[in-house]
Design a binder for this molecule. Structure first.
Ligand code: CTP
Ligand code: MG
Length: 225
């Protein structure tokens, strides 16, 4: 099915404590963002792809993919949601239609399996809302007080971890993100904007190893594989 892709890649990676934004760290001979882009570039349904880059980004121009005509740039914003909204605006400039599907996927998530991407597209192609890859929580969850002591053990079966890609219609997502941000809502992923607008995204179970590289041990984990 036809779809567009927005890759937010304008973060600084403060929790990685590296010498550069984490999307430019190496994994198996290439940068994380090159692996991430490769997950999409071979797909026949791909209509276009936008990477959201910090206005201070000096690393992107050195990558071979910077001259790839299938990839367009957008300016990143202060928070991830601002970067995504800027990427969606860019899609409108590129001629994308409000009814078109958009997949938003973190630059720092380089290990997306093609089978997961295909399942997401197949399961949601006729869905009225859209949805996201997610993984059921595996460990027992604890609530904790300020003193570091356990205050409760919630029922784990109600909790899933939200992954990306997250797949929504361009018009609905752009409107929901814009209005939620303007209202000052706490928007940490695309689904939370859609939820804020009163709709219920569907969860599609994905592989647990589609991790977001957040801390140094995450990258060590991927490098060991
Ligand atoms: N991102 C973005 N624009 C921002 C903040 C984040 O495009 N203003 C992107 C990051 O580049 C990353 C994805 O959103 O690909 C997920 O964000 P996160 O893991 O929080 O990355 P960083 O913000 O870079 O890391 P940190 O929070 O540790 O600083
Ligand atoms: Mg961040």
């Amino acid at each position: 099915i036809p779809f567009w892709v927005v890759i937010p890649a304008a973060g600084v990676g403060s929790r990685m404590q590296a010498d550069r934004p984490k999307q430019y760290l190496p994994l198996a001979g290439r940068t994380l963002i090159e692996h991430t882009l490769d997950c999409f570039l071979g797909q026949p349904g791909l209509r276009g792809l936008v990477v959201c880059l910090s206005v201070d980004d000096g690393w992107w121009p050195d990558l071979p993919c910077a001259s790839d005509e299938r990839i367009q740039r957008a300016d990143g914003g202060r928070e991830r949601a601002d970067s995504v909204l800027s990427g969606l605006d860019r899609l409108v400039e590129l001629g994308a239609d409000d009814a078109d599907w958009v997949l938003v996927h973190d630059a720092a998530r380089p290990n997306l399996a093609e089978s997961d991407l295909h399942r997401l597209l197949a399961e949601l192609r006729d869905d009225p809302v859209g949805g996201l890859l997610a993984v059921p929580v595996r460990d027992t969850l604890k609530m904790v007080g300020a003193d570091g002591r356990v205050t409760g053990t919630p029922d784990r079966s109600q909790f899933w971890q939200a992954y990306t890609p997250q797949m929504f219609r361009l018009g609905a997502l752009r409107r929901a993100l814009g209005e939620a941000l303007a209202a000052g809502a706490n928007i940490t992923d695309e689904a939370s904007a859609i939820e804020w607008a009163g709709q219920a995204p569907r969860l599609i179970e994905g592989r647990a190893d589609n991790i977001k590289v957040t801390r140094p041990e995450d990258l060590e984990f991927l490098r060991r594989r």
